[in-house]
Design a protein around this ligand. Structure first.
Ligand code: PMV
Length: 574
C-alpha cells in the first residue's frame, strides 16, 4: 500500500459511526454479449445499428449510491473510494445531465460507486457501472421508471448497460429510426432461458489498457470496413437463431452462434482502415484450446469483446474442466467462472433496499496492550467504510451474499430449520464470508428468541477499506463489515437495537470467528469518532447468561459483562 492511502484518511467531521446511508443505492452486474452490439446509428442517443443478446453474470456487482446535494455547485464522483477525474467524471456528469433533463430538475449529486470487477478479470465494467448509476440516479431524482424505461436510460450511459438492467438472457432491440422514435424503440428485455444451465469461464490473458476505445473502434469499423455491413446482416440472422437456441435450451447451437458472431465482429475490425486488432496471440491460443475441448467432446465456445480476453460458454457441469484446461496453456491468466445472474436491483427510497455503512479504524495508542483485560487503547474511526445492503428475497432465490472482499463471489445459502447453510461454495469462499455469516447467525438467534421468523434476503458488501484489487489495508474491514451487517439486519427485521446492543451482537459474531479479538475495532465501527476502549473480562462474556439481545443457549452470549472492566467512552455523542 502506498503512503497516499494513509494521507487521505481523516476522522469524519460528523459522527462516523454506523449510519443509515440516506443515498439511493442500486446494484448491477456485468453482461457478456453472445450476439454483439458493434456500431451506432446515432452516437448521442446511443442507438445501435443492430440488435444484440447477452447473459447477465452473477459475479462482480457494481454498487452505486446517488445522493442529491442541492447546495453544491458541482457533482462529486468517487470510484472505489477515490475521487474520479478526467473522462470518468465527465461521463458520469453527462449522464446525470440526461437524468436531470428527464426529471426537469437541476440539483447536483454525490455519486459513490464501488466496482468489484477485479483488475484483470477481463470484463468491462461500463455495463454494470451505468446500469447501477441509471437505477440509483433515476430513483434519487424521482423518476418513476419501469424496467424497460430504465434500460433506455442506462443505454444513454453505455449501450451494453441497457442489458444489465435485466437478469439471465437479455435481448437489446435496436429499434427503428432516429431521434425520439429511435429512443423509444431501442430498449432491452429478458428472454426465457429454456432449460439452459450455462456457465462462462473468463480467461483474462492480457489486462493492459485497450489500444482504442470501443466508441472510436465502432465508428472506424462502420465507416471503413468493407465487411461491416455483411456482418450486420449476418448478425440479424444470428440473433433470430440464438433466440430459438436459447428458448430450446440448445447450448451447443447457442455456443456456435456466439463464437461465429464474435469472430465475425473481429474480422470486420481487422478489415477496417487502418486495421483495429484487439486479439492477441494469447487470445488465439485460448481459441485453439476451445477447439481442442470440443474435439474431446466438451461443448465449449468462445466469445471475445473489444479486447484480447476470451470468455468461454459451456454447461455449468463442464465449467471446472474448461477452466482447468484453459489455465494449463495460459498459466498466468486470471481464470474465473460465472453463472447467469440477477438484473439490477432497483431501489425505492426507504423501501425495498436497506443500506448501512460502518467506518474502519486506526489504533492511535494501545493496539497490543488492549488485548489484556482492562488495559486501555485509543482508537479513531476513519472516513473509509464497509457498506452492507440488504434486499428481501423470495424463498426460491434463497439467501445470497455477495462481497467485494471475496472478489465479488456469491455465497448462496438455504435454510434448514432455523439454520442457514451455505450450498454452493468451497471453504475459501466461505472463509471470505466468515464475519458476515457470523453476524447473520447472531441476528438469526436473536430473532428466534424474540419469536420472529427469519426471511431470505440478498446481502451485498462493498468496501472502501481495500484497494482496487480487494487487498485489505488493515483498517478494520472485518469489524466494519460485521457492524454494518448487524445494523442492516436490525433495520431489515425492525429490531430497534441501541448502538450498545449492536456492539454486543457484533462482538458475539467477532468472537465466534476470532476468539481473542479485543473488540476495539468493533467499538470504533459502531460509534465512530474517537473511542477510549478497554477489553472486557473474557469470563463473564463467555459464561454468564442472559440479556435480551442474546440467545440463552448460545455459547457466547451478547450481554453486558458483570465485570466493571469494560470501559467504553466516546468523545462525541451520536
Ligand atoms: O457498451 P459499450 O460501449 O461498452 O460497447 C460494448 C461492445 C461489446 O462489448 C464489444 C459488445 C457488446 O455487445 O457488449
Amino acid at each position: 500500500m502506498s503512503s497516499n492511502h494513509y494521507d487521505s484518511l481523516r476522522v469524519p467531521d460528523r459522527t462516523g459511526g454506523v449510519e443509515a446511508d440516506d443515498a439511493v443505492t442500486a446494484v448491477a452486474h456485468p453482461n457478456i454479449a453472445l450476439v454483439k452490439y458493434w456500431g451506432k446509428r446515432d452516437e448521442s442517443l446511443i442507438l445501435p445499428v443492430s440488435s444484440s443478446l447477452s447473459m447477465t453474470l452473477d459475479r462482480y456487482p457494481t454498487t452505486t449510491s446517488v445522493m442529491l446535494t442541492p447546495r453544491a455547485s458541482i457533482d462529486t464522483v468517487t470510484v472505489n473510494g477515490y475521487p474520479a477525474a478526467g473522462q470518468t467524471r465527465e461521463r458520469v456528469q453527462r449522464f446525470l445531465d440526461v437524468v436531470r433533463e428527464l426529471a426537469s430538475r437541476s440539483e447536483c449529486a454525490r455519486v459513490q460507486t464501488t466496482n468489484t470487477v477485479p483488475t484483470g478479470a477481463g470484463l468491462a465494467s461500463s455495463a454494470n457501472g451505468f446500469a447501477a448509476l441509471a437505477a440509483a440516479a433515476a430513483a434519487a431524482y424521482g423518476l418513476g421508471l419501469d424496467p424497460r424505461a430504465l434500460s433506455r436510460l442506462a443505454r444513454r450511459g453505455s449501450g451494453s448497460a441497457c442489458r444489465s438492467i435485466f437478469g439471465g438472457f437479455v435481448v437489446w432491440h435496436a429499434g427503428i429510426g432516429c431521434g425520439e422514435a429511435g429512443n423509444r424503440s431501442s430498449y432491452a428485455e429478458p428472454i426465457d432461458a429454456g432449460g439452459l444451465d450455462p456457465a462462462v469461464v473468463v480467461a483474462a490473458v492480457d489486462t493492459g489498457p485497450k489500444p482504442m476505445s470501443s466508441r472510436q473502434a465502432m465508428r472506424r469499423t462502420a465507416e471503413t470496413s468493407p465487411f461491416y455491413l455483411p456482418w450486420i446482416e449476418s448478425s440479424v440472422t444470428d440473433l433470430a437463431a440464438m433466440r430459438t437456441a436459447i428458448t430450446r435450451g440448445a447450448l451447443a447451437t447457442a455456443g456456435e452462434i456466439a463464437e461465429r458472431n464474435a469472430l465475425g465482429m473481429h474480422a470486420t475490425m481487422l478489415a477496417a482502415r487502418p486495421a483495429i486488432r484487439y486479439l492477441s496471440p494469447l487470445s488465439l491460443l485460448v481459441l485453439d484450446r476451445v477447439v481442442t475441448l470440443r474435439k474431446r467432446g466438451v461443448a465449449a465456445y468462445a466469445t471475445i469483446d473489444a479486447g484480447p480476453n476470451a470468455v468461454v460458454l459451456c454447461a455449468r457441469v463442464d465449467a471446472p474442466w474448461v477452466a482447468e484446461t484453459i489455465s494449463e496453456i495460459v498459466s498466468f491468466a486470471t481464470i474465473q467462472t460465472a453463472f447467469p445472474g440477477p438484473g439490477t436491483a432497483v431501489p425505492s427510497r426507504g423501501g425495498g433496499m436497506i443500506s448501512h455503512r460502518a467506518p474502519g479504524k486506526l489504533f492511535i495508542a494501545g493496539e497490543y496492550a488492549v488485548l489484556e483485560t482492562g488495559r486501555p487503547a485509543v482508537i479513531a474511526a476513519i472516513d473509509r467504510y464497509a457498506t452492507v445492503t440488504v434486499t428481501a428475497a423470495g424463498a426460491l432465490a434463497g439467501t445470497t451474499m455477495q462481497s467485494d472482499l471475496a472478489s465479488g463471489s456469491t455465497m448462496c445459502c438455504e435454510r434448514v430449520g432455523d439454520r442457514l447453510r451455505p450450498v454452493n461454495c468451497d471453504a475459501a469462499v466461505r472463509g471470505c464470508f466468515a464475519y458476515v455469516m457470523a453476524a447473520v447467525v447472531v441476528v438469526d438467534r436473536l430473532i428466534t428468541e424474540r419469536g420472529l421468523r427469519a426471511h431470505h434476503f440478498h446481502l451485498t458488501v462493498t468496501s472502501t477499506l481495500t484497494d482496487a484489487d480487494g487487498h485489505k489495508f488493515g483498517l478494520g474491514s472485518s469489524a466494519a463489515v460485521t457492524v454494518a451487517t448487524i445494523a442492516a439486519l436490525d433495520e431489515f427485521y425492525e429490531l430497534d437495537l441501541s448502538l450498545m446492543d449492536r456492539y454486543r451482537l457484533a462482538m458475539v459474531a467477532t468472537i465466534a470467528v476470532r476468539p481473542r479479538a479485543s473488540g476495539g475495532d468493533v467499538a470504533a465501527s459502531t460509534w465512530g469518532g474517537w473511542v477510549a476502549y478497554s477489553t472486557a473480562d473474557r469470563d463473564p462474556w463467555e459464561t454468564t447468561q442472559h440479556h435480551q439481545c442474546s440467545q440463552k443457549k448460545a455459547q457466547v452470549s451478547a450481554h453486558e459483562p458483570r465485570s466493571r472492566h469494560v470501559a467504553l467512552h466516546r468523545s462525541r455523542r451520536p
